[in-house]
Design a binder for this molecule. Structure first.
Ligand code: ZN
Ligand code: ZN
Length: 258
């Protein structure tokens, strides 16, 4: 049995990091916020930064990599990142560039009993990827920071038992909110962030293909509420005659998917 345990350490526009364990191997997806914050969040979740064998980066925006220069300086953990993202966000940082493992947009890497495979997302960074993580009898899909979910991205995580999907905004809250017109258009675009309704549509497809647990991630603190995101996804699942455990990730505290 190689169950993959997933804990969102924190998730949102201020910083993102997901702690993943399987057998004796621990990895992180992204490392936003300050290095000290990441270390503390990890130990609160029962982990230790010294036990992390690799860090996989989705894209070069600071809410996903801001801890990694200091983490790289202190612990020399390999950081897997696409070359396109590295050129923009990583190679200018000396310690991070010394541990960076550069990849083509679609790549696959072993981490202990897990295989981590990337796929393309649609976001206004140089490059943005999601990840599918497989062990011999478990699987996890991670799709955050994407304006929409393409058929290819959906297929990449089809069959995963646990999925982490972005539920960034409620469209009405965003449209009526304080953001500037330009920023609203950016978030709503196909290279922006995923709405609750788009997330719900993807969750229905993924639960039809076997997903049992859905963690809603990267919620906007300005343009969303956890209860709205959950209601959108649970309502869509119910209307489709499906059920799953639906959780929301917090911007500050750890959320373990059980
Ligand atoms: Zn981003
Ligand atoms: Zn982000």
């Amino acid at each position: 049995m190689s169950k993959i345990r997933v804990t969102a350490l924190y998730s949102g526009s201020k910083g993102n990091s997901i702690y993943i364990r399987c057998g004796g191997t621990s990895i992180l997806i992204d490392g936003g916020k300050a290095a000290r914050t990441l270390e503390c969040a990890l130990s609160s979740a029962g982990g230790n930064i010294r036990d992390i064998s690799a860090i996989f980066v989705t894209h070069e925006h600071s809410d996903h990599i801001s801890a990694l220069e200091i983490i790289s300086k202190k612990y020399h953990i390999p950081v897997h990142i696409t070359e396109a993202s590295a050129v923009k966000g990583v190679l200018p940082m000396s310690h991070l560039s010394s541990v960076a493992r550069l990849h083509t947009p679609i790549y696959s890497e072993r981490a202990g009993e897990m295989t981590v495979t990337s796929f393309l997302l649609s976001h206004d960074s140089n490059m943005c990827v999601g990840y599918r993580i497989d062990s011999d009898d478990d699987s996890v899909g991670i799709l955050t920071d994407t304006g929409y979910i393409s058929d290819t991205a959906l297929a990449a995580v089809s069959g995963c038992k646990t999925v982490v999907i972005e539920a960034n905004h409620d469209v009405k809250m965003l449209r009526e909110g304080r953001y500037t017109y330009t920023l609203k258009e950016r978030v709503l675009s196909r290279a922006g962030h995923l709405s609750n309704d788009a997330c719900a549509a993807a969750a229905v497809e993924l639960c039809r293909c076997g997903a049992e647990r859905v963690l809603l991630a990267h919620l906007s603190e300005e343009n969303n509420l956890p209860e709205l995101a959950r209601a959108a996804v649970e309502g869509a699942l119910c209307a489709a005659g499906l059920s799953a455990t639906v959780l929301t990730a917090s911007p500050d505290t750890a959320t373990e998917v059980q």
